[in-house]
Design a protein around this ligand. Structure first.
Ligand code: NDP
Length: 331
């Protein structure tokens, strides 16, 4: 069995030397209630960067020299747990490990005949749920309003924009390459896209794309991109702070925001959230996401990297924007 451990807490951008690969025999003799799992797909996610630091957060940090964990889809090779049978597929928070023994807690059965297994880590998993709950619960969208999404071509952002279209919004996406902007418009049905890497005046570009102002901002990135959106908000705008990938690798102290006056004068709401705050909405979210997928109203992209050894690189590549849609590693 191969396992990936956290070797160092990254300073700034994570690098491959922050991870250690080990090979060892694992004890596969199962006790009652246990399962032997073979990993099939591993989710790499920006939030894992936070868990690699030892700063206090909503989930405890990873421990040094212990396996890293993330969302995983695995096949049950053997089971002594009555809830799962050999041959089942499950998803849950599991180790970055080729095979592992689990007690079955926190695992959910997934059905490969209903959707490709990787989809349970994206559109029908954590990132789909994040898009749905954040937009509906905090964004409270009303048809005809204007939504801006940053990190728009990623796993969460691409779904937020499409749900926005389904709910009758005008949707503008911000992403980092022209190819991603084309994808937003042609595949995901966004009304407009702005490449933040080639646009000199983001504030003006957003004003131009949103002539009626911004009613809802779904923020995945933080930093100067968000400042440029916030100066364009309307009265009673809702700002959903989902993530801030542009600052996750910062080593200096946070800079102060200078956009608060725009919140004050517009009586705007800015709210951070964690998808796990909304477990009561998951059944509704799953029902709508699967229906829209079946009706082809919702599309998804995945960047599938092959090979267990490439998990750390796939994770690091998130910070370079190498993915379109959900980044997953296939074993
Ligand atoms: P993505 O699939 O969006 O991947 C990350 C993307 O971020 C990259 O593709 C890149 O696209 C963009 N990016 C990287 N660096 C920068 C930068 N410096 N400035 C602007 N954009 C950058 O990841 P997810 O969809 O999984 O996550 C999106 C956000 O949502 C993250 O901030 C994440 O932490 C957060 N999140 C929050 C959850 C919650 O419960 N609150 C749950 C899940 C995710 P580009 O080419 O456009 O730069």
């Amino acid at each position: 069995t191969k396992t990936i451990l956290l070797k160092n807490r990254p300073e700034g951008k994570p690098s491959i030397s922050d991870f250690e690969f080990i090979s060892e025999e694992i004890d596969t003799a199962l006790a009652k209630g246990e399962l032997l799992l073979e990993t099939k797909y591993v989710s790499v996610d920006p939030y894992l960067r936070g868990r690699m630091s030892d700063a206090k957060s909503y989930v405890p940090p990873f421990q040094l020299n212990k396996p890293i964990q993330s969302g995983v889809v695995a096949k049950v090779l053997e089971s002594k747990n009555e809830k799962f049978a050999s041959g089942d597929y499950v998803s849950g928070m599991l180790n970055w490990q080729t095979q592992q023994v689990s007690h079955g807690e926190g695992l959910t059965k997934v059905d490969p005949s209903k959707a490709p297994l990787s989809a349970y880590l994206g559109i029908l998993g954590m990132t789909g749920l994040t898009a749905y709950t954040g937009l509906t619960q905090i964004g409270k969208p009303k048809a005809g309003e204007t939504l801006v999404v940053s990190g728009a071509a990623g796993a969460v952002g691409s779904v937020v924009g499409q749900i926005g279209k389904i709910l009758g919004l005008k949707v503008i996406g911000i992403a980092g390459t022209d190819e991603k902007i084309e994808l937003l418009k042609n595949k995901f049905g966004f009304d407009a896209g702005i490449n933040y890497k080639t646009t000199k005046d983001m504030k003006a570009a957003i004003a131009e794309a949103a002539p009626n102002g911004v009613d809802i901002y779904f923020d995945n990135v933080g930093g100067p991109i968000s400042d440029a959106v916030l100066v364009n908000i309307n009265r009673l705008a809702r700002i959903i702070v989902c993530g801030a990938i542009s600052v996750y690798n910062n080593t200096e102290a946070p800079k102060s925001l200078s956009v608060q006056p725009f919140l004050v004068k517009n009586s705007a709401l800015m709210q951070g959230f964690i998808v796990s705050n909304y477990t009561d909405k998951f059944p509704e979210a799953m029902k709508n996401l699967s229906t829209w997928l079946a009706e082809d109203k919702l599309k998804y992209s995945e960047t599938i990297v092959k090979g267990f050894d490439n998990i750390p690189n796939a994770f690091i590549d998130l910070f370079e924007g190498k993915n379109k849609g959900k980044m997953v590693v296939e074993l």
